[in-house]
Design a protein around this ligand. Structure first.
Ligand code: FEO
Length: 174
């Protein structure tokens, strides 16, 4: 059974994951209307992953005798100054999510809720991966700078990244 403190903290995380999904969906749409299919495809995938993160939390809360709260969401950013700006925001957002997961882990220990602590380890590992991916992408985007040809090739490469991760099978997370 979840304590009220843990239930409320997990419900906050459910909202954050749902907002992440919307934020990345907005990025996908922006990239798509700019004609960069590869980046759009990658961001649609990221958006789907965030929804999976949210659902995994929803199910955990309900299974442990809590009530997952599906709330209204803050509207995401829908336009960006550049792709560099967009990917900077992606990395900043993942760092924010990591902090939030760390705080949750801290609360689970304070509450001596070891089942929740154990459950959260998947998110800790996932955040390391997601931050690393966002950093790698941002490094590449920084290298490209304002070079249109570079952006064209990058768009193709990132599409390959999406195809490869899809070929490795379904999202292992859920
Ligand atoms: Fe679910 Fe990328 O944080």
């Amino acid at each position: 059974m979840l304590s009220k403190t843990i239930e409320s903290a997990l419900n906050t995380q459910i909202r954050i994951e749902a907002e992440s999904s919307q934020a990345y969906l907005a990025m996908a749409v922006w990239a798509e209307v700019k004609g960069l299919e590869g980046i759009a495809c990658f961001m649609y995938d990221q958006s789907d992953e965030e929804r999976e993160h949210m659902l995994k939390l929803v199910k955990f809360v309900n299974e442990r005798g809590g009530h997952a709260h599906i709330s209204e969401l803050n509207a995401p950013n829908v336009t960006f100054n550049s792709f560099k700006d967009m990917f900077k925001k992606l990395l900043a957002h993942e760092i924010f999510v990591s902090k939030s997961i760390n705080e949750l882990v801290h609360i689970s220990l304070q509450e001596k809720d070891y089942a929740t602590h154990n459950f959260l380890q998947w998110y800790v590992a996932e955040q390391i991966e997601e931050e690393a991916t966002a950093r790698t992408i941002l490094d590449k985007v920084n290298m490209i700078g304002d070079d249109k040809g570079g952006l064209y090739l990058f768009d193709r490469d990132i599409q390959q990244l999406t195809v490869n991760s899809a070929a490795q099978g379904p999202n292992t997370g859920v």
